[in-house]
Ligand binder design. Structure first.
Ligand SMILES: [Zn+2]
Length: 412
């Protein structure tokens, strides 16, 4: 049994943050579960035998982050967007890089670096896109299994793709069936987006997702040129969202990235099917995609959570995403700094069906938490969060814990 002392910031809902200046967290490193969260004084009395975790002075304790949308196979091309929009960026930078993951040794090398960086930035749960290659999916599961809770899917591409990534429809379906059978609810059925997937492929893999209770992830309406392309490809569908609805890809276990150019009818369809959106504000800014109208989602009750969209976004820290999220919608949906933590933690856990086991700090949940250096001069939750989100992300996380195990510790 271990105990860590510090100031606790613990989101309970979009509006409520539980805060304790002189707090403590007690957890069982064998089960990985939390035994107590509350006042330090009470913890000292109730758990005198708990071993103290070695930490720097003046720390904050928060749940670790959840990233609902990122591409592990694009880790090496972070920062290549520079004024290029989505479709040319995919052709010029992304697809040539993803082709390299056919080789397992390359995949393993990049995934090691990727995972280290993820943990260094405090993210322990994520929904991850891999390349088309089956071997790369195995490699990422193997590398991450004791260190993070990754939901992983291989992208599907059976049309409008370069020859070196183009899959035969039946081959792609067979790969999905094998991986879904093996990894079940940790596997994510991942049609890349409607441009690269035939209706036959999308319908077939949607059925496999239902059979094995898998999550589904894809991109929806990120860029105007993309939307126009999809309209021409699927003339029988009412709109982009309807393409996925017709394919059977919408539902409570589906996470759609971006969702920028949507009509009210499309938002209504997403809400009625209880589909989740992964909002990636840094990527939307850097690929010049546009602003997701968050206020419409809030008003209509469409669920959304946050993602980095590495490498459309350059920032792997969810603190950076939260910062951009607050700034971008400042005049449309004002959100307090202390509320931002919910969107980067518990909200993402809810999107992945983990709200009863992770996402915030509570008795019986997994001890997924961060030891963070307390920002200088800050004295209340809004100021703490302002300080954390202000930048210098490389120096904020002192330790990352996943299921009660220390998976990252900053070396001084
Ligand atoms: Zn993406």
């Amino acid at each position: 049994m271990k105990i860590v002392y510090g100031t606790i910031l613990n989101p309970l809902s979009p509006l409520d943050l539980w805060y304790c200046e002189d707090g403590a967290l007690v957890f069982d490193e064998k089960t990985g579960k939390i035994l107590f969260v509350g006042e330090a004084k009470e913890a000292r009395e109730d758990f005198p035998q708990a071993e103290k975790v070695d930490t720097p002075d003046n720390i904050l304790i928060t749940p670790s982050f959840v990233d609902a949308h990122l591409h592990a196979v694009q880790y090496k091309i972070i920062g290549t967007f520079e004024g290029v929009e989505l479709l040319p960026w995919l052709q010029k930078f992304t697809w040539p890089e993803e082709s390299k993951f056919a080789k397992s040794d390359y995949a393993e090398k990049v995934f090691q670096e990727f995972l280290h960086d993820l943990l260094r930035n405090g993210t322990t749960t994520a929904a991850v896109y891999s390349s088309i290659h089956e071997n790369a999916v195995h490699a990422l599961y193997d590398i991450s299994q004791d260190k993070a809770r990754l939901f992983i899917g291989n992208v599907l591409m059976d049309q409008n793709s370069p020859d070196y990534l183009l899959q035969k429809t039946d081959d792609a379906i067979n790969v999905v069936e094998r991986l879904a059978k093996k990894y079940k609810d940790r596997y994510v059925v991942t049609p890349r987006f409607a441009i690269t997937c035939s209706m036959k492929l999308m319908k077939s893999v949607a059925a496999i997702a239902r059979k094995y209770n898998c999550f589904i992830q894809t991109h929806l309406s990120e860029n105007k040129e993309e939307v126009e392309f999809v309209r021409k490809l699927f003339p029988d569908c009412k709109n982009y969202t309807d393409v996925y609805y017709q394919a059977g890809l919408l539902g409570p276990k589906s996470i759609m990235g971006h969702a920028i150019y949507l009509s009210n009818q499309e938002l209504e369809l997403l809400r009625n099917t209880n589909t989740k959106i992964a909002h990636c504000p840094i990527s939307n800014y850097e690929l010049l995609s546009g602003r997701m109208t968050v206020e419409r989602f809030l008003l209509m009750g469409v669920n959304f959570t946050l993602g980095t969209d590495i490498a459309g976004g350059h920032e792997i820290s969810m603190l950076g995403v939260m910062r951009r999220f607050l700034d971008e919608h400042r005049y449309f949906a004002p959100i307090r700094p202390s509320q931002a933590l919910y969107w980067g933690t518990l909200d993402g856990a809810e999107a992945l069906g983990l709200q009863n086991v992770a996402g915030n700090l509570a008795y019986g949940k997994y001890a997924d938490f961060l030891v963070l250096h307390k920002p200088k001069g800050a004295v209340n939750p809004d100021e703490y969060m302002e300080g954390l989100m202000a930048g210098d992300y490389d120096n904020i996380v002192a330790k990352t814990f996943f299921e009660g195990r220390e998976v990252y510790s900053k070396q001084n």
